[in-house]
Every structure is written in structure tokens, then in C-alpha cells.
Unconditional design. Structure first.
Lengths: 441, 441
């Protein structure tokens, strides 16, 4: 969803290397960087974590490009960040809530850690109608990325996980941080103890489950970021059946589900999912809340550990201990989004981005390229068979001044693809489309 | 800071017991509660975690009391939650920010995970003047409790920790969750592998460091919740010296520091602290932001692990992977709090609560009780030598219809104390004072 920002201070390159023994004294003597080291050992899990160079590297190349072409108008179709104003009805609702905090009647202190009851009810009714999800199974969060980490704290270090390849990096990174993985294998770029489920054109972006090893946890994102593929009902039925057979728990990320036109928008539309699946989701791409920060997680009561203990009880404990509820102002905005008029208004922004996606899909398709995603997702996944994604990134940037995202940043299976975001002002999308047509045709 | 809410569904009591082997089939056969169990083992760390019954138990007793005395006007001096409206200037700033999100010029998507640059600068200037703390060392959060858990993810399971006894339960609970502790010892109520630093009247609420075992991490809260004791400069110098000698890292919780009239408000006022201390803090009790959710954490560049690697680099990675920044609306409010007029206004609320504290201190003192805290903190810690804190809780509730907090909920050293909060409307504080005077005199 987001970049890894680099800090403004200059870190000592040598200190980034795993230098186990004399590094402190070396640092003190040679570099004058530090005059004293604590005796606390660096967390070995963080030592395993590879520096995610994707977005910082894109920034570096963008800056270099701007230096080379100071007059070029660079268009970013890179980071998937919403660009359109949030609807008045939603903004006003937050504004009124904030103003009321200055009054004796309107002031509110701590809310429930699990979220405002009205909002939980509205989420259950809006997104989980007829699936049997209850208000009490909805936990309001400050965004799905944050809850993915809280879910990792819930599971602990002794579980095994599977992820789609390619996928949003937070699943793997949080897994490494919590200690579920081994070291990274340099050649494959893959961590030990993680099952990578390859998803590409040859398997219709759905893993071959007959060849997929059992894991405790299966992270599954639909529509997928970056491929934009929304799994069909049949595919999700297979996934639920697979989890059930293996006794696995699916963590289903539906952050982009509102972009789905045809097909299930929640894992709970699949019979039996309540026993095997947690769902994380977000207002970020529904309502342009990337900066406002609001999301939710559903943990059904029927989901239990091998000893029969309900997962929801432990998740509730994590939420109470490690979180203290989403901002009440953001929650007021979320509630407004789910009112009848509010939802129409946010849907209209979603439709706008979907039109952008259509323009981009048509552009690439008209150029003879194979394009995936874009119809049920705000991401377009463009295939350049036989090419390297960084080369394509460079070539597109050089010739069109457009920033994209090299697919390999999301996993080895992305190496022949670039991801193009449909989040953007229409005039930029149209201009990008023109530039691409003249460059690639 | 907050209660552990109980879920609205009724959990099966038997499932709460650690039943390792046949619990799933038992649950299926005997109870009809679940028809299927996954094969995922419950996180053993969560199994160790004791149910924190403190606030739920208080609620149960409150409800029972209300049933018994339906006409009584119960006054809560229990949970430490702010009650006074936030200043207009702060509320309006949030309202205006929210409204501007509906305009093309004012809309903002993702912000920096580390927080808005202006806010970081204002935090550094307001709270860390002359201590050498730089903007880039400040990480804006959604509250100190959340960052305590992120710090535990940073440290991982292989560190040892020390906590004050009594103390706010989140340090210990997050330590158990991340796997730093052994089991709880039933008799002492203490977890193995945690060093409990006793803080009471006989040591002026500061641990005897000559008898304190070395740990990697030392959680230290000043002013302390629940005792209200603000450590003196001399005490903090000893603490920094102790950490330095042992190569430990102090996690200094200064969430209540704005209540300090005399003495250091930040650990960084102590020379050398930059090399040994992280500071977590919050707008909750500064500005009544308990529901708005905003805090910060400072990680100095000079703080390095035993191998010379800067802690700030790893914390930055945690913030980028496990968090995505505090709500931009809340951050706009935070910035307004730190403007010249804004800070005057929030200080006036702090002064109001401090006057409440003075009223409570005078009340208990005039009754011949020994009272601690209250002068540099919004909590008053009342000593009932030889009594049990739950008995005192019951007696006060029965006779005065006032809810307090039994000190034993914060650790064994609190067993003869009750905590009384100074957060409340003045008329309630005054009425509580009268009731206490007539009951206890």
C-alpha cells in the first residue's frame, strides 16, 4: 500500500551489514559514529528482514530522471494512493464530530477498543449482509496493514504461512518480524518456511492447490495487489475447501473488494468460510481514507484453534492490549461513508477510479499487450513476456516520463510485469494514456 | 490507561482453561459449541497471559452495586479517562482539516508513516527543547499503548525486561504476548523472567537499583501510573547511570509528564540518556485526546544495539511495516495543541485536573490518610496500611457510591492502596470529596 520512507539522517553503510562481533568497538574507534553501545542484542528477526528497496529505489530513479529532464512533466502511476477529494457528506461528518469534542455534550474520551458499536453494525450490514457476520465479530482498526501485524502477534512465531506470489509485501515482512520464517535464500529471493503460491496467467492467477503444501495460515488478497485479479466464486470455494481439509486459517485481505463488479466481495460469501477465515479490510480505497486511517477485521466466533479455543477471544485481547481503538473522528467519517447518501458518494469515487482503470486497460490492450486486473481492481498488471520488469520500468520512464512499479518488487512471479495504478486525476490518466500510445505503438 | 472490554457474546468457560489434548472433540461432542476445529495451535504466549480481571471486575461490582442501590448517584473515580471538552482552537483545527479533505486543494492521501514533519518539529520544540532531540528522532503514533507493543515487536522474544511494581499493565501483558516471559507463578502473581522493581513509600517510589538485576529493557513510567510519583532528577540520574552500566535500554513512558510541576518531564533532560533511552508519550492526557488517538515515540540516533546497529533504523522499519501513520485529522489537532494559543488552552485543562487532584489530596490528607501522587500527576494513591485494596474498594463503594481502583490490580505492591483519578467534572470531584469526608472521618 505504501512506501518505506528512508530516514533523513545518513546511516553508516558498514553498520547495516551483519557484523556480529566487534562492530561496536569498530564503530566507536573507526567511525566516531557512536561512543557507546548498549548490551542489548539486535532482534535476529529484524536482521533477517531484507531492506525493501522497491519504493525507495523507485524514488531514487525518479529523482535521477528529474535531474536529467528538469522540464519533463512526470506522471506517477506508481504508489497506489487515492487522489480524489472525499465526499462532502463524509468530510462534514468528521468536521462536525471534531467540533462537538469542544462541547460538554459532545466530548468523548476513550471509546471501545473494538470500535464504535454503530460503525460495527453499519460495516456488518453494508459489507456482510446475508453472510451471518455479526457486529460483535467486527473489530474496527486504523487500517488493514496495522491489523495484519496484530494478527501476526496473535498467531506468534510457531505457525507456518503461505502467501500469493506476487503479493503486497506486508504479509511476508510481518511474518519475518514475528519470527515465523528462516533466512532468505539469496538466489530465489524467498524466505525459508514460507510457502509461495505462484499466481500468474498460466493458472488464471489462482494457485494450484493440489501442489500447495499445508500451512497454518494462508494470506490471500482478492482483488490481489498487485495483479488486480479478483478470485471467482469457484476459486474461493476451492480455497475454503483446501483450508478446511488442512485445518488452516485463511487471512483474507479484501481491501480492494469494493472494486469488484462481478464475483464475491467477501470470503464469507463462501459457505463454510466462517470456520476457517479471518477477513481484513479497509476504508482507504473505499473512501479515500489512506491518510484518515480506518479499517476493520472480522473474526467469526466459529473459528477455533486446534484445542477448541475461539480465535476471537485472543484477538480481542490483542486489540485491547496492543491497540486502543481507531480515532473517533475517523470513525465518525466511516459511519458517514456507510449512510445511504454517503455510500452513493464514495461509490462514485470508486467508479471514477474504475473508469481510469478502463482507460489504462484499453490503452495497453490496443497496443497489443496482455493486461490483467483493472476490471475488478484499481490496478492494471501489464505483461511484457521475456522482459525484466526493472528494464520496462526504465524504458517507460525514459520515453514517457511515467512512473510505474516493477512487478518483481512484489515477488519473483512479478518479474515480467509492471503494475500501473488507476488512482489519479483523470487528466493525468488521459495524458499518460496518450504518451504510452505514442511510445509503445 | 484503559479497560479490557468483555465481548458481548458468552464465551464457554471451559474453553478458557488450558485443555491441551481432546478439547476440540470435547467441545464438538459435549457442548455443541463448535462443529469443527482448525489444526492451528493456539499461541502459547497468549495461553500464558492471565485474564486481566481488574476493570471488568470493577464493572461487575459496579453493576451489582447499582442493582442494590438503584437510586444512588454513583461517581466514578476509576478509569483514568479525560472528561473536559478539548479547546475550541484544537477542535476547529481538526474540523477545518477534515473539511479541506473534500476539496481538490486540501485532499491528502498517505502521509509519512513517521508523522507529519511540522508536527514532529513542534513536538521536538515543545517537549524536548535544549535536550538535543531532533525532529527526525520523533515518530508520531496513535497513542503510547500502541507504540509499547510496537516496541515489543522491535525487541522480540529474546530480551529480558524489568517493570515497576505497581505499574500500568500493558508493559507486562505485551511482554507476555511477544514471548519474553515464562509462566506466571500463582502464589506471587508474577511472571517468570520479569524483574519487578518494587516502588512504594519505603523507597520513595524508586527501586533500590543496587539490588535490581540487570535486564535488557527497563520500562519506567514517570509520573507513574498508578502511584502518581514523578521521579526526581537525582532518581532519574541514577536510572540512566544504572542503564548505562548494564548496557540496558530504558523505555521511558512520559504520558503524564505535562502534569509535573517540579522535576524533569523527559528522560532526555538527564545527560547521557540519548544513549540509553527511548521515550513514549501521548496527547491523551495532555489534550484530552484519549478518543482522538495521538502520541509519539522518540528514538535517539545514538541508541545502538550491542553490534553498533542503530535502534532507530529498526524502529523505523517496524513503523513502516506494522503501522501506517496516525490519522491526519488527529495530527492536525496535535499541531494546533502545540501552537502558542493551543498550548495555553490545553494547559488550562491540565491545570483544572491538577486542581481536582489537589482537592482529592486535601480530602484524604485531612482524614489522616497517607496520600501519594496528585501533585505532579492526575492520580492520587491512597495508603490503607494493613488493609486489602479490594476490601477498601468495596467499603468505599458501599458507603459512598464512589468507584475507585484497587491498587492490587497494578501489581502486588499495590495491595494496600487504592488509586483515585483526578479526571472528572469539578462538581463530581467536590461531591466525592464531601462523601469521603463524611464516611471516613
Amino acid at each position: 500500500m505504501h512506501t518505506f520512507s528512508t530516514l533523513s539522517f545518513t546511516p553508516c553503510k558498514t553498520l547495516f551489514q551483519p557484523m556480529a562481533r566487534f562492530c561496536c568497538s569498530m564503530a566507536v574507534e573507526e567511525k566516531g559514529l557512536v561512543s557507546y553501545c548498549t548490551k542489548v542484542e539486535r532482534n535476529a528477526n529484524l536482521e533477517k528482514l531484507q531492506y525493501n528497496y522497491l519504493f525507495p529505489e523507485i524514488s531514487v530513479r525518479e529523482l535521477r530522471h528529474i535531474k536529467k529532464y528538469p522540464n519533463a512533466k512526470v506522471i506517477s502511476l506508481g504508489i497506489g494512493d487515492t487522489t480524489e477529494p472525499i465526499p462532502d457528506i463524509v468530510a462534514l461528518s468528521m468536521a462536525n464530530y471534531a467540533k462537538s469534542l469542544a462541547t460538554p455534550q459532545g466530548y468523548k474520551g476513550y471509546g471501545a477498543e473494538q470500535g464504535n458499536q454503530e460503525l460495527k453494525k453499519a460495516i456488518a450490514e453494508t459489507f456482510y449482509k446475508d453472510t451471518g457476520i455479526k457486529d460483535s465479530e467486527v473489530f474496527v482498526s486504523d487500517g488493514s496493514q496495522c491489523d495484519i501485524s496484530r494478527l501476526q502477534m496473535l498467531f506468534g512465531s510457531n505457525v507456518s504461512i503461505a502467501v500469493q506470489d506476487p503479493s503486497f509485501p506486508a504479509y511476508i515482512d510481518s511474518s519475518v518480524i514475528i519470527g515465523q520464517t528462516g533466512d532468505i535464500e539469496k538466489e530465489s529471493g524467498r524466505y525459508q518456511n514460507i510457502v509461495y503460491m505462484e499466481c500468474g496467467p498460466r493458472n488464471n492467477f489462482f494457485p494450484d492447490l493440489s501442489k500447495t503444501a499445508r500451512t497454518d495460515i494462508i494470506f490471500f488478497c482478492s482483488p490481489n495487489n498487485p495483479t488486480g485479479h479478483a478470485s471467482s466464486r469457484k476459486q474461493l470455494e476451492q480455497l475454503v475447501e483446501f483450508a478446511k481439509r488442512n485445518g488452516s486459517i485463511i487471512v483474507y485481505d479484501s481491501a480492494y473488494a469494493v472494486y469488484i463488479t462481478d464475483g464475491p466481495r467477501s470470503i464469507y460469501e463462501i459457505p463454510g468460510a466462517r470456520k476457517v477465515a479471518i477477513e481484513v479490510s479497509s476504508f482507504s480505497k473505499v473512501a479515500g481514507f489512506t491518510g484518515v486511517r480506518l479499517g476493520w477485521t472480522v473474526v467469526p466466533e466459529e473459528l477455533v484453534y486446534s484445542n477448541g479455543f475461539p480465535v476471537i477471544n485472543d484477538f480481542n485481547r490483542i486489540v485491547c492490549t496492543c491497540f486502543n481503538g481507531a480515532s473517533n473522528v475517523a470513525q465518525a467519517g466511516g459511519l458517514a461513508c456507510l449512510s445511504s447518501d454517503g455510500f452513493k458518494a464514495v461509490r462514485s469515487n470508486v467508479d471514477y477510479y474504475k473508469e481510469n482503470a478502463e482507460i489504462l486497460v484499453n490503452t495497453f490492450t490496443s497496443l497489443g499487450l496482455r493486461v490483467y486486473g483493472g476490471t475488478n481492481a484499481p490496478y492494471v498488471w501489464v505483461h511484457f513476456p521475456g522482459s525484466d520488469s526493472w528494464d520496462m520500468f526504465n524504458e517507460i520512464l525514459e520515453k514517457t516520463h511515467i512512473i510505474t512499479v516493477p512487478g518483481s518488487g512484489f515477488g519473483p512471479e512479478g518479474r515480467e510485469f509492471i503494475r500501473v495504478t488507476a488512482f489519479g486525476h483523470r487528466e493525468n490518466i488521459l495524458e499518460a494514456s496518450e504518451r504510452l500510445r505514442s511510445f509503445l505503438s
